[in-house]
Design a protein around this ligand. Structure first.
Ligand SMILES: CC(C)(COP(=O)(O)OP(=O)(O)OC[C@H]1O[C@@H](n2cnc3c(N)ncnc32)[C@H](O)[C@@H]1OP(=O)(O)O)[C@@H](O)C(=O)NCCC(=O)NCCS
Length: 222
């Protein structure tokens, strides 16, 4: 099976969406499991359980409260994934031409196998936000995003190839550094970035809507 890494064209956009949706959906289970490892989740669960029992005196209601609590967390995680796919975070995918096909210093790469889009990665100039640790004053820092590979095609080195192509593009576009952020949930991605020479420069909580997400910031000098 031949793999081609190339620039996104307009006809690839639905396929790229599928990859990003699959990437987000594949993290639902991992996010839920991660929440279950947090001490605060269990403190809140047992407080709720205790209050349900004290106020109702019913074991049945208490058990259902407990089940509902974890069901609500799972639904919350699914809503987070839907928000990522259909909300502002993927706004760039609704105007791919303006975001990735006009300027020389932006790129959206796709991995194509047997005419199917199986992986994505993108490079844009680093946006200046309050959460950035390293500030870019002269558009010399690239921002890496949209890294994903379809579940069925993982473990075959496709992400590594996409990342190498994105690094090559960034060098040609005269960037001096590539930055990115990832989270506790993205274990495979963190391994990948470390393996490819990225260095973790910060690990801190960033507020996303009503929750704090522990976020890793990685950087690679070019
Ligand atoms: C992260 C992701 C892109 C990796 O794609 P992939 O094509 O399977 O990765 P590769 O086969 O190229 O593997 C590259 C390296 O990643 C790491 N890696 C990949 N899968 C891994 C896993 N399941 N567990 C731990 N490390 C893993 C390894 O270091 C691997 O190198 P190795 O094979 O030499 O050990 C893929 O898992 C994915 O799409 N995840 C969901 C979306 C996501 O989390 N995106 C990142 C957002 S920051």
């Amino acid at each position: 099976m031949s793999l081609e890494i190339r620039q996104l064209t307009i006809k690839d956009v639905p396929g790229a969406w599928e990859v990003l949706k699959d990437g987000s959906n594949s993290n639902i289970g991992a996010s839920f499991r991660l929440i279950l490892t947090r001490q605060s989740t269990w403190i809140f669960a047992f407080t709720t359980l205790y209050m349900a029992y004290v106020y109702t005196g019913s074991v049945e209601v208490t058990v259902w409260t407990f089940i509902s609590y974890f069901a609500a967390i799972y639904i919350f995680v699914i809503c987070g994934s839907l928000y990522y796919i259909y909300g502002p975070p993927l706004a760039d995918m609704r105007k791919p031409k303006e975001t990735y096909m006009v300027q020389d210093n932006t790129s959206f790469l796709v991995a194509e196998m047997n005419r199917k889009i199986v992986g994505t990665i993108a490079i844009v100039p680093k946006p200046q936000t309050s959460t950035n640790t390293s500030k870019d004053n002269g558009h010399e820092i690239a921002w890496l995003r949209r890294m994903a590979v379809l579940r069925k095609y993982r473990g075959r080195g496709i992400a590594k190839k996409l990342l190498r192509a994105a690094i090559l593009f960034s060098r040609k576009a005269k960037y001096k550094q590539i930055d990115l952020i990832t989270t506790d949930v993205h274990f495979a991605a963190r391994n990948l970035y470390t393996k490819m020479g990225f260095e973790c420069i910060s690990y801190k909580p960033i507020r996303r809507l009503i929750i704090f997400v522990w976020t890793y910031e990685f950087t690679l000098q070019l």
